[in-house]
Design a protein around this ligand. Structure first.
Ligand code: XIL
Length: 315
């Protein structure tokens, strides 16, 4: 039996992780495991606006280039993350006072520059990230406020111009099951496809927590997007636990991971399953959710948790 995730996966399913570039540079065990265990990588932070365009018109591709090169050297695909978001935008952008025309030009230029640089090297791009709120209304952000709802279709068109072969995704959390927010994505995707906008997929992030339970209708949800002709992906899976974690919670966590993976396996053209970090040694969870942690497949010493074994067996 295969003993790493990438070899256990069925043909056509790529198993990925978000990559922390500091850990990749400084921790040889981390670096070795990213290369050995995964067939796809996502930049946890370094393809966001604040890293790529820290000052207006000045791009810094150093860290993103490093990841793309690491992926090439290890035979991995790359998911690009992300082109339009309300977070991790540089101050000049977030606090700038732009006219509609100016902001459109800024967005177009950024997308053309970034997607163009990696043309042919990025498999899937999260073009629009977290653009709805949990009620299913378009989220207030600089793009919506200044440009209006057309920024979404424009972002996809510009990305497609810059790399016609990249698969372009909508991406969000709390859309694993059928609910108001995933309904909003369903309607948006249908409308964009009808208008001929180059949208190719919907990513469900999969930031779960054992205390919230897991949507039982994740398969049905992914399948309704597939029925629209879209690809789907699990893009940021992790399952957090109120600390300290006990054995019952670690078992529940394994079920959370397998609920996402099983839904993906049952859905035609769900071709990537990505975890948002793979070891509790490096995780965004304790920094963002007070009192929660232990969200990943491996513990802080890289030992497999029940969730790792469950994912390996489910693949
Ligand atoms: C997170 C990173 O993991 C953190 O390191 C960073 O401080 C904040 O962003 N949804 C997303 C990701 O789309 O980009 C977020 O990543 C997690 C939630």
């Amino acid at each position: 039996d295969p003993d790493v995730l990438r070899d256990a996966a069925p043909r056509g399913l790529f198993v990925g992780t978000a990559v922390d570039m500091a850990a990749l540079a400084n921790d040889p065990v981390y670096r070795e495991r990213v290369g050995a265990e995964f067939s796809s990588v996502t930049a946890e932070n370094v393809m966001k606006w604040e890293t790529l365009q820290p000052e207006r018109g000045r791009y810094d591709f150093a860290a993103a280039d490093e990841l793309v090169e690491f992926a090439r050297a290890n035979g991995q695909r790359v998911r690009g993350h992300t082109l339009v978001w309300h977070n991790q935008n540089p101050a000049w952008l977030a606090e700038g006072d732009f006219s509609r025309q100016e902001l459109r030009a800024i967005l177009r230029e950024h997308i053309h520059t970034v997607v163009g640089r990696y043309r042919g090297q990025i498999w899937q791009w999260d073009v629009a990230n977290e653009i709805f709120d949990d009620e299913g209304n378009l989220r207030q952000n600089i793009w919506l406020e200044t440009i209006g709802p057309d920024y979404i279709a424009d972002a996809f068109r510009w990305a497609h111009q810059a790399d016609p072969r990249a698969q372009l995704f909508l991406n969000d959390y709390n859309i694993e099951g059928v609910n108001a927010k995933s309904d909003a994505y369903y309607e948006l995707a249908r409308q964009l496809r009808r208008e001929g906008v180059p949208v190719h997929g919907v990513g469900v992030q999969g930031h779960l927590g054992v205390q919230y339970g897991f949507a039982p209708d994740t398969t049905a949800n992914l399948q309704r997007f597939a029925a629209l002709g879209l690809r789907t992906a699990v893009t940021e899976a992790d399952v957090r636990i109120p600390m300290p974690a006990d054995t019952v919670e670690l078992q529940a966590q394994a079920q959370g991971y397998s609920s996402l993976l099983t839904a993906c396996l049952r859905t035609p053209r769900c071709d990537s399953f990505t975890v948002w970090g793979f070891t509790d040694r490096y995780s965004w969870v304790p920094d963002w959710f007070e009192g929660e942690g232990a969200a990943n497949l491996l513990d802080e010493d890289y030992n497999p948790k029940p969730a790792y074994r469950e994912v390996l067996e489910t693949l």
